[in-house]
Design a protein around this ligand. Sequence first.
Ligand code: AMP
Length: 276
Amino acid sequence: MKIVSTVKELQHALPLEQTIGFVPTMGYLHEGHMSLVENARCENDFVVMSIFVNPTQFGPNEDLDRYPRDFERDEKLAREAGVDLLFYPTTETMYPLDMARVTVRHGADVLCGASRPGHFDGVLTIVSKLFNLVRPTRAYFGLKDAQQVALIEGYVRDYFVPVEIRRCPIVREETGLAKSSRNVYLTDEEKEEASQIYKALTVAKASLEAGDDPKKVKQQLTDRLDEIPNSQIDYVEVVDYPTLGVVSNDSTELLLAVAVQFERARLIDNVIWKKG
Ligand code: AMP
């Protein structure tokens, strides 16, 4: 595995005639990230991973400075997972002038976008830069961040970006807790409590399957999440997927998405229910 950090080095290290699978991350790797690499390896000749904690997707009072980082460990994990090229740029490399940024028009005013204004502009800005640099055949994103996937798919369509976006399923702990770099902020007790989130989502999905009204399901899900000790609900939503709009009779996929704040970590999780 080769490690590069400048644009020039990256351009020299990229293969010319092979298919490239790309896995963008913010590091502090776990099995969720590894599953994306596994998918990328299966479908492409060459796998590129980036590790970059992107400042423009963090709000002023968010955890940019204390976001967990461990490059040595990440490097080892990436190597073991079969990454061919690891891109580890600095902020100066990714934002040489910071003169232009991507703006989301629809779908950033709900779910995480509502509580994190500007977050998805930052995400699409960095994804757009990385796509231009890596020019991947396929790029791999986890459904853990279902809103992010929907907005990236929308961006790729609107800008005619020549890349195939691959959605990958959420990897979870045995307890059901979705793997996340931010889980290190949780105490053992909170981890136990946080595992209730997925249980509540599973019950909600079953209710939808049984034909219950989405509004009623949302209320029941809220009530269940309210019972989790030492935490506060940030949002509970049921929206059409991937438009992220209001659920209608024509909706074929529904996203049940939640964010729950624990003392030091805000956790997000979701399930997608496909009709029929
Ligand atoms: P991050 O490093 O948190 O920005 O995540 C990088 C990529 O890994 C994103 O596409 C995430 O959706 C994905 N990812 C993070 N956690 C998981 C998980 N538990 N299961 C599947 N994909 C994940």
